[in-house]
Design a protein around this ligand. Structure first.
Ligand SMILES: *Cc1c(COP(=O)(O)O)cnc(C)c1O
Length: 459
């Protein structure tokens, strides 16, 4: 018979101790950090759900691969193993390694961006938006309306609004729109997947307007798993095969290997456009390194080559998505509003609704994130008006949603850790009405969420 419990498909091989702290110690840590959870010492955090980026546990086979790392400056065997593994899933002709995803973005938008340019995306991730805007270009988010409704149960809430995309491209054309991006899964919109059907639609529109399509493919494996689970006709397919079909619809990609590829560092930029690749490699050499290592050590390239193969295992992806849903479902059942359906890598608590007494520009997400840390040593991440409120012209606008993301590092925490997180969240939610908003006390600047200091509004 089939048993219901979907267990971690691994056992623990090496352990890292957690440091227990008291509420008093955590209050002192918050004061020192200016209530910015990015400024905490990680040892003062008990369960770190700040991000799933680079925080996963590598496998035995990845650690073994690290021993094979070859540190030759040019043409290392590690590079060729990495390249082969990348092209197995993403058969783009030109693969350019970088030290992480934003380095790929910086290089690509330096070439393609600039004043007067417009880059559409379902939803730009924060570094993607910042790198577009830094060149003077405009970053436009065109996710379907359901993507802005935390309660909507649409199975592919990361989908691009095809009519809106077509209208934008009709108005501005390839002169002003150098590239269309689709982020899979849509991180900033709740970790929601994009369907193959929608990707095909984006492809057709891009073809009609003669504009290349790029993927921000950080969570490609989770996205492909959701296609297998939710999109009719794909239930029997191999995830790797779905990934290859996704890749076949695009002209290129950027990647943070700190996400689904199961690395602690790394990324790449890939394209079929030889002239574009040439310009990108020239910039790569300025800031990242020679084109056969980017910003990476040979050993990292080998760890990624192995991680990529593990990232598309069905047992792993079933456990991965199930364990995230386990947290989200428990919170929802306990009355905590969360973005539905539960995404692949994180649970997004709807702080705007839970703390509806706090106005958006007093940062309900920040208030909730601080409260979770104080109560239980849990570190989540505000994804709301702190992250997105500051406009390039210096004004403040509320973000589309006020969320706190509880990101689940890959293969790192067990079910009892998650049960503890559930308990802490439910206890904070019970006294949600007592929480107050925050104001920022430091200078405005791009990506301020990393550095800003906060004080409660009632002081
Ligand atoms: C993490 C991430 C990036 C940036 O990658 P880094 O490796 O953190 O620089 C870009 N896009 C998305 C969707 C991401 O999740």
């Amino acid at each position: 018979m089939a048993f219901q419990t979907i267990i971690e498909p691994f056992r623990i091989h090496s352990v890292e101790p957690l440091v227990m702290t008291t509420p008093g110690q955590r209050r002192a840590a918050l004061a020192a950090a200016g209530n910015n959870l990015f400024a905490l010492r990680a040892e003062d955090v008990l369960i770190d759900l700040l991000t799933d980026s680079g925080t996963g546990a590598m496998s035995r086979d990845q650690w073994a691969a690290i021993q094979r790392g070859d540190e030759s400056y040019a043409g290392s065997p590690s590079w060729y193993r990495f390249l082969e593994s990348v092209q197995e899933l993403f058969p783009f002709e030109h693969v350019i390694p970088t030290h992480q995803g934003r380095a790929a973005e910086k290089i690509l938008f330096t070439v393609l961006g600039g004043e007067g340019k417009i880059v559409p995306n379902n939803t730009h991730f924060d570094t993607t938006r910042a790198n577009v805007e830094y060149t003077g270009a405009e970053a436009v988010d065109l996710v379907i309306p359901e993507g802005h409704d935390p309660a909507s149960m649409h199975p592919f809430k990361g989908n691009m609004d095809l009519d809106a995309l077509d209208a934008l491209l009709t108005e501005h054309g390839p002169e002003r729109v150098p590239v269309v991006f689709v982020t899979i899964t849509n991180n900033s919109g709740g970790g929601q997947p994009v369907s193959l059907e929608n990707l095909r639609g984006v492809r057709a529109i891009c073809d009609r307007h003669g504009i290349p399509l790029f993927l921000d493919a950080c969570r490609f494996a989770e996205n492909a798993w959701f296609i297998r689970e939710r999109e009719p006709g794909h239930a029997d397919r191999d995830v790797a095969d779905i990934v290859r079909e996704i890749a076949s619809l695009a002209d290129g990609m950027t990647m943070s290997a700190k996400k689904d590829p199961l690395g602690n560092i790394g990324g790449w930029l890939a394209t079929n456009d030889a002239a574009l690749a040439e310009r990108c490699r020239t910039l790569l050499i300025l800031t990242e390194g020679f084109p056969t290592y980017g910003g990476l050590a040979g050993r990292d390239l080998d760890a990624l080559a192995q991680g990529l193969r593990e990232s598309v295992h069905h047992d792993y992806l079933r456990y991965r998505t199930r364990s995230t849903a386990y947290l989200g479902e428990a919170l929802a059942q306990g009355g905590v509003p969360v973005v539905q359906p539960i995404g692949g890598h994180a649970v997004y608590v709807d702080a705007g609704r839970l703390l509806s007494h706090i106005p958006p520009l007093e940062f309900p997400g920040q208030a909730l994130a601080v409260a979770l840390y104080e109560a239980g040593g849990i570190r989540g991440c505000e994804i709301g008006s702190v992250m997105f409120g500051l406009q390039p012209d210096g004004t403040e606008h509320p973000a589309a949603m006020e969320l706190v993301r509880l990101a689940i590092p890959r293969r790192t925490y067990t079910q009892s850790h998650v049960d503890y997180v559930i308990e802490v969240c439910l206890s904070v939610a019970e006294r949600a009405h007592e929480l107050t908003g925050y104001r920022i006390t430091s200078d405005p600047r791009p990506l301020r969420h990393f550095t800003a200091r906060f004080e409660p509004v009632d002081t």
